[in-house]
Design a protein around this ligand. Sequence first.
Ligand code: HEM
Length: 472
Amino acid sequence: MLQAPEHGDRSSPACAYCPPAPKPQARPLKPLALIWTLKRNPLECWAAPHFERPIVGGGLPIGHVLLVHEPGAIRHVLLDNAANYRKDRMQRRVLSAGLNDGLLSAEGEQWRLQRRVLAPMFARKTVMDFAPAMLAAAEALIDRWSALGDRATIDVAAEMAKVTLDVVERTIFSDGFGSDAEDIRMAMATYFNTIGKISPLDILGVPDFVPRLSRLRVHSTLRFFEAEVGRVISARRRILAERPDNAPNDLLTHLLAALDTGSGDGLTEAEVRSNILTFIAAGHETTANTLSWALFLLSQSPEWRRRVEAEVDRELAGPIAGTADRLIETRAVIEETIRLYPPIAAISRVALDRDELHGERVRPGSLIVISPYVLHRHRLLWDRPDEFDPRRFLGAAHAAIDRFAYLPFGAGPRKCIGSTFALQEATLVLAAIVRRFDFRLKPGHAVWPTLRVTLRPANGLPMIIEKRLSNS
Ligand code: HEM
């Protein structure tokens, strides 16, 4: 365990780069300021003690809250005594808006059954088979960018949302959304831009039956999605019934194979639909933000830029099989990116029964908040916590990281089912872009992290792109 240095202590080489992040508040905010800041940018609520102490207790209008950033206590909540801590209402609502039957928000027996049925679809072997689809989406992006001509300015954040949606489309429905593809893409953009704003009514614990404006707005979009997904499912079912050998090897085929055939041991039709939407919701924006931040960080670090270029020039020229495993430094950049900017910046649970965490009393109903953002920059756990340094994720240094000090994908039974998928996707897409393009931040643009469902650059990420001479 490291000693806690003072904030601002920089015992690192001169070339060290600390990317933009809000300066922690001097002390925890009072309730009114907290509610206001939570609404504006929850990332700006964190105060110095959160980054320096293992556990900070506090009160919100919704009750007793413990902010927990001590690996042993986190392990206790998410793994050893997970049965005592259920997902809390607010997080489920924010992350899964409307997708109540999907894995992200299901509880109890429904969750257990779904997790068992869905796990093989995200196992390493299945995910490796998706590498060509991921690289094909990256190639489509590269073709689009190449057509823009030299020194075009693009919004990298919007472009990453497009490429990850393309990956979703190619891996879930490999034969495409069909004729309404553009309508579906636009509806998705509206949906994901509207969901997830934390309503002050949620923070105040106002009951669910009081309508939230944001939820009313997404309702019709959600119905549109469900109808469209229903249409795609019917079309695939016809193929599976009439020409099963021609059915594509994608997530939709796997999901339909998992439909309950009367034994009570599979998914219902509604669960299949909800899980398709859940995979899109949980998987597309998180990975898009990972890629945006990675490109930004590389644009600020000439050393890592050169290292990744050398690796991708060597490795992407070879066969596709196993490429992601050979991109060791590129992957370290992705892992360091989601340490500094974890897409899901808070994991929360509600205690069912009394307990104790690192000497602090937990009451029935206590809200436990674990913020990967705070944890990954915690002064007691990381050396030079605010500095971009992918070497942390190479070799012995990587092996020495405490499993419960690094939680971009959560931990325990409810850890991200798509983590292997996401890491592979982000590594391959980043590699493909770096191989073909130089990119630099548009002069004068100030990058700032903001939290809205996921941790993203506020006001997009305008960059100037240029084809790389050695690889055009
Ligand atoms: C960089 C990308 C991603 C990040 C950072 C991320 C992060 C997370 C985190 C932190 C959790 C746990 C939440 C909790 O314990 O309360 C989670 C759960 C989940 N994620 Fe991801 N995720 C990513 C990509 C994906 C992808 C690609 C998919 C699917 C295609 C996915 C599907 C899910 C699902 C279904 C759950 C709920 C699992 C359960 O409750 O059993 N995620 N994710």
